[in-house]
Design a protein around this ligand. Structure first.
Ligand SMILES: [Zn+2]
Length: 145
């Protein structure tokens, strides 16, 4: 029985402030973060880009996915400063979340806490960077471009 457990790929448990899942079909995402890269997946048939990465395309029902780096600048579409947070995030309050528009896809995430709320504006250019949290977990964050 112990051998069965050893074969389970739990890399995803290393992602995020609180990891809500240990296993996915996109576990390589965590290895890329370790290497400093934030990755999306792109369908090999229709070209749709997915972030968070998906292993299966909902348009083609195909699984011919390729990894693709979330590189360059995205535009801040919307943002919000949270005053209340889910379990595990309480000590980080207040913090800002937002969505970056990369034209072909969008990325939802947290905004670097060193950026003051007053500095944020819709349309400003930001980048998505891999980071390591204080608790050692891997994640990504939006920084000023
Ligand atoms: Zn597709």
């Amino acid at each position: 029985m112990a051998e069965t457990k050893k074969n389970i790929d739990e890399r995803f448990s290393n992602f995020g402030v609180v990891s809500f899942t240990a296993q996915t079909k996109v576990n390589d995402f965590v290895d890329y973060l370790k290497d400093g890269k934030v990755m999306a997946t792109q369908c090999g048939l229709c070209g749709t880009v997915f972030f968070p990465p998906r292993a299966d395309c909902f348009r083609c029902m195909d699984s011919e996915m390729k990894w693709r780096e979330v590189a360059g600048k995205g535009k801040l579409m919307c943002f919000s400063q949270l005053q209340f947070a889910p379990v595990g995030f309480e000590n980080d309050l207040p913090y800002c979340i937002g969505v970056l528009d990369y034209a072909e896809f969008k990325v939802f995430g947290r905004i670097d806490s060193s950026i003051a709320l007053e500095e944020l504006s819709i349309g400003m250019e930001m980048t998505t960077e891999a980071c390591r949290l204080e608790n050692g977990q891997l994640s990504y964050i939006f920084k000023k471009a």
